[in-house]
Design a protein around this ligand. Structure first.
Ligand code: GLV
Ligand code: MG
Length: 342
């Protein structure tokens, strides 16, 4: 999770919009997009001719001049084995202190990679005069990273989240289909990323859906693409992913919806928890809905309501009170253990 505003605001992103860092208009469009998180990319989305100084100059100017509102702002440098990595990191850390919140680290292979980057950030924060602390999201996009995902997630207290990178992962293992049927071919790595992230108290972010609707996309095909985007993200949310990467602002609305409980779900969960406490616990059939409830189903609903708090649909105080009642009996507050509430 990202902790912003001197730890006073916690953000679990539902949408992370990645865009090439080498052109100002991409930064400007990202700042206006209805997303929780933006990611200026020096890595795979940046054309070769702009690698190095050309993209760094634009990104530093964008970070210093554009108002990104209350979004989480991050930068993806080239990977640590690339000749561009150090220069990318130095440019933004020294050129735009306190103007962004996190680094998205691609092609992580081991926890040592995180320890290395974290110590570089220690030095660069000093050099740049930062008053805030930069967090790290690690891309899990190689089999080497997947088998060490929990160690990576716990390698530094800068770690905020894990992101599943499907394109590089598919390339690494030699898988051919990674656009459609993701949950047939990539169920295991996605679930492994979720478990590692959650065990470490971090957020888990799903991969890209590569098809986008363009101005000239015929309506029938546009509908099919939007259905594919929704299906992929509803399924990822069911797996425990907290949000997803997106590659175009036009994907934002559908993806936000997939990771936000609807008003009806919020109301239903709220009433079910209240009815459960009123009934005095145990395993019960909720008289209003006919559904089975016990302490575990109540915890699932508390977790759902935490997403509603993140989305501004419910107050934190109200949910704190419900979670406190659960903790009174079970001895632990699920929302605190899973770091779902600040
Ligand atoms: C993202 O970086 C991916 O490889 O899918
Ligand atoms: Mg990648």
């Amino acid at each position: 999770m990202f902790y912003l505003e001197k730890q006073n605001r916690m953000v679990i992103p539902r949408t992370e919009l990645t865009y090439p860092a080498h052109q100002m208009r991409f930064h400007e469009n990202a700042a206006k997009a209805p997303v929780d998180h933006v990611m200026a990319d020096f890595e795979d989305a940046c054309p070769y001719e702009y690698k190095g100084e050309a993209s760094r100059r634009v990104a530093v100017e964008a970070l210093n001049t554009i108002d990104f509102g209350d979004k989480v702002v991050t930068v993806r440098p080239n990977n640590i084995r690339s000749p561009y990595f150090l220069g990318d990191l130095q440019a933004v850390m020294v050129g735009a202190p306190d103007r962004f919140h996190g680094i998205v680290l691609p092609k992580v292979y081991s926890p040592e990679d995180i320890v290395y980057v974290s110590s570089l950030l220690d030095a660069l924060e000093k050099e740049g005069g930062w008053t805030t602390r930069v967090q790290i999201e690690a891309l899990i996009e190689t089999p080497q990273a997947l088998v060490r995902a929990y160690e990576i997630a716990t390698a530094s207290d800068r770690m905020a989240g894990l992101i599943f990178g499907i394109a590089d992962f598919a390339a690494s293992i030699g898988a051919k289909e990674y656009v459609e049927d993701q949950h047939k071919y990539f169920l295991y790595p996605k679930q492994a990323v979720v478990v590692a992230a959650k065990a470490a108290g971090l957020h888990a972010i799903d991969c890209v859906y590569f098809r986008i609707v363009r101005r000239d996309t015929p309506p029938e095909e546009a509908r099919e693409i939007e259905e594919g985007l929704r299906r992929k993200n509803m399924e990822a949310a069911n797996l425990g992913m907290d949000g997803s990467w997106i590659i175009h602002p036009s994907q934002a609305q559908i993806v936000n919806e997939c990771y936000t409980p609807s008003d009806e779900e919020v109301e239903r969960a709220r009433r079910a928890i209240e009815a459960y406490y009123k009934a005095g616990g145990g395993s019960i059939i909720n008289p209003e809905t006919g559904e089975f409830e016990d302490d575990a189903t109540v915890k699932a609903k508390l977790m759902l309501l935490a997403k509603a708090v993140q989305a501004g649909k419910l107050t934190k105080d109200y949910l704190d009170e419900l979670a406190r009642r659960s903790a009174e009996i079970t001895g632990y507050n699920i929302l605190k253990v899973m770091r779902r509430m600040g």
